[in-house]
Write a protein that binds this ligand. Structure first.
Ligand code: CA
Length: 505
């Protein structure tokens, strides 16, 4: 209404109603947000890159509500066109952002995240489906049912603003029905996924990518059910979490398409984009097993075979085979220009892969390659990104990686270790606690972790836990110019993997 427009305008411009005063207020707001993480001891270029990334990650979550004259939030629903009290957020593709943009919000802006999680369930009631790509109404873009990753991750990190039973019901509906839009509302081939244990190819485009992402989403459903004592849904989702194994061809060491008849896709070329994958090829997607990296290592046969395969991603040629795309899409060109073999950091599927070295006892390789990616794929100039910005996801990757850790498996409370980029970083949490990360001898050559201490005690694990970070304290890294091949190599140092830590059937 015109009345609300005036209220909103007055709210945004305040009493002063002039450009200069508004500019000063905007500066203050951003300065407070950006100061939630203070980094020191990097080059001018690194400082600019870091805060550019933090700025872009902080542009989300996108508010889609206004305030009444009495200050209460309400919104026009983009899903059913009605007006509701409360908070609403939109303009987000979860296929990108479940990976690290939402996890970063869990750390820096938990109050907003709590409101968003509640809004997700409200959106589900208004739309009939959990959002997956809202812009502002639902589009169903890309694949997977990643709302459940957001919800499980929020719960794992202490957010209690929503009803978990309602979330699980909404997700079960998602997992067992076909949606009206795009590939990411419900599951087009949900019956096949349950009966065969995979989405078949060529019956469904993007089938193997879907299989892996559904298996991870089902893990998130399982996790949320387990954390909230819901035996029923825990059992429902436990059955599918290993389905990623059904699209792995051990004879060639790649995820691959598989038909309804159980026969592998022929002909098959791991360099070819599309087909059973989406915006990528088998070199990019074979790593999409976020919840059970140990299970993936076992499919390869050993830590050695697994890490050799990751090594190869960087050393094979950066050739493009468009496959079913039939022509070049920008993600292909970006991989070629990056010049890092088949490592396609400009798009999401492979962005967590480097951290997987930690699960196989070779964290120094993660430390090496993460620094390479930060140095080569991000700048402070107009060409600062190696691909789409993707709703803050590609920025959140840098923010996490520069701090020295990353959420490989949202829905668990672990962050997998890399190595810090700066000599010092201070995080100011909403709970009033501060976390200080120091690495005083850090430099471009001293990129390896020699020793790590958490609040003064030597720490050998390849992961950190959310609740421990949120207590505040000091994490000190001793950096060195040659890899320490002893640290982080013991079984007890390795991060969570479902098949290792829980052994459900
Ligand atoms: Ca993308």
């Amino acid at each position: 209404s015109a009345e609300q427009a005036v209220v909103t305008l007055n709210d945004e411009l305040g009493k002063d109603k002039n450009l200069e005063a508004t500019k000063i207020r905007g500066h203050k707001t951003w300065n407070e947000l950006l100061n939630r993480i203070q980094v020191e001891g990097g080059t001018d270029e690194q400082m600019k890159t870091f805060y550019s990334c933090l700025f872009r990650a902080n542009l989300f979550s996108r508010k889609f509500y206004e305030r009444k004259a009495n200050g209460e939030p309400y919104y026009y629903s983009p899903y059913d066109g009605k007006v509701y009290d409360g908070y609403m957020y939109t303009d987000n593709g979860f296929w990108d952002t479940f990976r690290s943009q939402f996890p970063l919000t869990n750390i820096l802006h938990p109050t907003m995240q709590g409101r968003y999680m509640n809004a997700l369930l409200a959106a589900q009631e208004q739309c009939g489906w959990l959002p997956s790509w809202s812009a502002p109404g639902e589009t169903g873009g890309m694949l997977g049912n990643h709302s459940i990753s957001l919800l499980a991750d929020a719960w794992a990190k202490g957010i209690r603003t929503f009803d978990p039973e309602k979330a699980l019901k909404a997700y079960a509906h998602e997992a067992m029905n076909k949606g009206p839009w795009g590939g990411a509302n419900g599951r087009g081939f949900w019956k096949e996924y349950f009966e065969l244990g995979y989405v078949p190819y060529p019956e469904s485009m993007g089938s193997s990518a879907q299989t892996m992402e559904y298996a991870y989403d089902d893990f998130c459903g399982y996790q949320l059910a387990k954390m909230t004592g819901n035996k029923h849904y825990q059992e429902v989702f436990a059955r599918q979490m290993y389905n990623y194994k059904n699209v792995f061809d051990p004879s060639i060491g790649f995820m691959r398409g598989k038909g309804v008849d159980g026969k592998w896709q022929e002909p098959f070329d791991p360099l070819e984009w599309g087909g059973p994958f989406c915006e990528g090829n088998a070199w990019h997607y074979t790593w999409s097993v976020f919840h059970d990296v140990q299970g993936l290592i076992d499919l390869f046969g050993s830590d050695e075979k697994f890490t050799t395969k990751i090594d190869s991603v960087f050393t094979i040629p950066n050739v493009i085979k468009p496959g079913t795309y039939g022509g070049i899409i920008h993600e292909m060109k970006e991989m070629e220009i990056a010049g890092m073999g088949q490592y396609a950091h400009g798009n999401q599927p492979i962005q967590h892969m480097i951290y997987m070295y930690d699960y196989a006892g070779q964290p120094w390789k993660a430390q090496y390659w993460l620094r390479e990616v930060m140095n080569r794929m991000y700048t402070a100039g107009p060409d600062g990104y190696c691909g789409d910005e993707d709703n803050g996801q590609t920025s959140a990757w840098y923010v996490f990686s520069a701090l020295g850790f990353y959420p490989v498996c949202p829905g668990t409370d672990e962050y997998i270790l890399g190595a810090p980029l700066f000599k010092k970083a201070t995080l100011h949490f909403e709970n009033g606690k501060n976390l200080v990360i120091t690495a005083s001898d850090n430099s471009d050559t001293n990129r390896y972790v020699d020793e790590m201490r958490v609040n003064g005690t030597v720490y050998t694990k390849n992961y950190l836990k959310h609740n421990e970070l949120l207590q505040g304290g000091v994490i000190d890294f001793k950096m060195t110019d040659r890899p320490n091949m002893q640290r982080g190599t013991q079984e007890s140092d390795l991060p969570y993997s479902f098949s290792k830590d829980e052994k459900v059937k």
